[in-house]
Design a protein around this ligand. Structure first.
Ligand SMILES: Cc1cc2nc3c(=O)[nH]c(=O)nc-3n(C[C@H](O)[C@H](O)[C@H](O)COP(=O)(O)OP(=O)(O)OC[C@H]3O[C@@H](n4cnc5c(N)ncnc54)[C@H](O)[C@@H]3O)c2cc1C
Length: 290
C-alpha cells in the first residue's frame, strides 16, 4: 500500500483491517499540488526499491494515467479496465470484456512489473476484513522539476447534489431519441436524480444537441459498467451496447416490444416512457418517504 500526502496515521487502522502489511508513506506537498506526475515518479522509485510482485492502481481516469506513466518509467506492461483479476502461474491474470462484452480476453503482463487497474464497479463482492500489520514505512521522495510542470491552481468543490461521474457511477440512467427533444430529455435527469445515478445518453441524443457529448455511452462515447443501467427510449444499436453491455443489471423502457435493447435487458418494460417514468418517480418518491 502506498500513501501520498499527509494523514497516513489516521488511515492506518482501516488499512490494517483490510490486510495492508506495510504502508509506504510519502508525505510531500507535491502530491496535492501537482496532478499525477509526482505520484507516478514515487511509484517508479518504490518499484525499484522494493520490487513488488505487481502494482495495483485505482481504475479512475487519474489512476489510469498514473499506470501509463509508471509503465513507461519502469519499462513494464500495463493492463487497465480489467473486470476481474486472478492469480496465475506467472503473475496476475486480468480479465477484459472486449467488443461490448462479446469477447472475453485473459491477459498477463510479460515484461517488468505488472501494473493493473480494475474497472470501477466490476467487482461486486464486499471487501472481506483480513487483518494486517499496516506498518508505516516513511519514504524519502522529492519530485523532479519535470513532474512539477503542470500545477493544480484551484480546487472547486462539486455543487451539492451533483451527480456521480458517469464512468464510475454504480447506477446510470440513459436516455435515447425516444425522449423526443432536449426538453423531453429532462425526465431522464429527474429519474437519475431520484436514484442518485449518473446520466448517460445515446448518440442520437448527443448528435441532436439535446445533451452534451461527454455523456454519450457507446462505441464512440464512454464505456460504463454499473450495477444498474436503465436504458430509456434507446433502441439498443450495437454501437450503444458496446458501451454498456457489461452492466450488471440492465432495465429497458421502450414502446417497441421488438427493440433490440430487450435482447440484453434483465427487466424490460414495454410502454411510453412519458407514462412509465412518471409512475416510477412516484413509486421511488413513496419509497423514500417510508
Ligand atoms: C461508427 C458509429 C459509431 C456509433 N457510436 C455510437 C455510440 O457511441 N453510442 C450510441 O448510442 N450510438 C452510436 N452510434 C449510433 C447508433 O448506431 C444508433 O444510431 C444510436 O445508438 C441510436 O440511438 P437511439 O437508440 O437513442 O435512437 P433510435 O435508434 O432512434 O431509438 C429510439 C428508441 O426509442 C423508442 N421510443 C420512441 N419513443 C418512445 C417513447 N415515447 N417511449 C418509449 N420508447 C420510445 C423507439 O421504439 C426506439 O427503440 C454509432 C454509429 C456508428 C455508425
Amino acid at each position: 500500500m502506498v500513501w501520498t500526502g499527509p494523514g497516513a496515521e489516521a488511515g492506518r487502522e482501516r488499512l490494517a483491517e483490510y490486510g495492508a502489511a506495510r504502508v509506504y508513506v510519502a508525505e510531500g506537498e507535491e502530491f496535492a499540488g501537482y496532478v499525477v506526475a509526482p505520484t507516478a515518479e514515487l511509484l517508479a522509485q518504490l518499484v525499484g526499491q522494493v520490487s513488488p510482485a505487481a502494482v495495483l492502481v485505482a481504475g479512475t481516469t487519474e489512476g489510469k494515467e498514473i499506470a501509463g506513466r509508471l509503465a513507461v518509467k519502469t519499462n513494464s506492461g500495463v493492463l487497465t479496465d480489467a473486470i476481474d483479476m486472478t492469480a496465475g502461474e506467472s503473475g496476475p491474470v486480468a480479465t477484459h470484456a472486449n467488443f461490448g462484452g462479446a469477447i472475453t480476453v485473459h491477459a498477463t503482463v510479460t515484461k517488468g512489473t505488472p501494473i493493473l487497474a480494475v474497472r470501477p464497479n466490476a467487482i461486486t463482492a464486499q471487501p472481506a476484513p483480513a487483518p494486517g500489520a499496516a506498518e508505516l514505512v516513511p519514504v524519502e521522495f522529492t519530485a523532479s522539476e519535470a513532474a512539477k510542470a503542470a500545477r493544480v491552481t484551484e480546487h472547486a468543490a462539486a455543487e451539492k447534489g451533483a451527480r456521480p461521474d458517469l464512468t464510475e457511477a454504480s447506477i446510470v440512467v440513459s436516455g435515447g431519441r425516444g425522449t423526443g427533444s432536449a426538453d423531453g430529455f429532462k425526465i431522464i435527469e429527474d429519474l437519475a436524480d431520484s436514484l442518485g445515478a449518473a446520466v448517460g445518453a445515446s448518440r442520437a441524443v448527443t448528435d441532436a444537441g439535446w445533451y452534451p457529448h461527454q455523456f454519450q455511452v457507446g462505441q464512440t462515447g464512454k464505456t460504463v459498467s454499473p450495477q444498474l443501467y436503465v436504458a430509456v427510449g434507446i433502441s439498443g444499436a450495437i454501437q450503444h451496447r458496446a458501451g454498456m453491455q457489461t452492466s450488471k443489471t440492465i432495465i429497458a423502457i421502450n414502446k417497441d416490444p421488438d427493440a433490440p435493447i430487450f435482447e440484453i435487458a434483465d427487466l424490460g418494460i414495454v410502454g411510453d416512457l412519458f407514462k412509465v417514468v412518471p409512475q416510477l418517480l412516484e413509486e421511488i418518491g413513496k419509497h423514500e418517504q417510508l
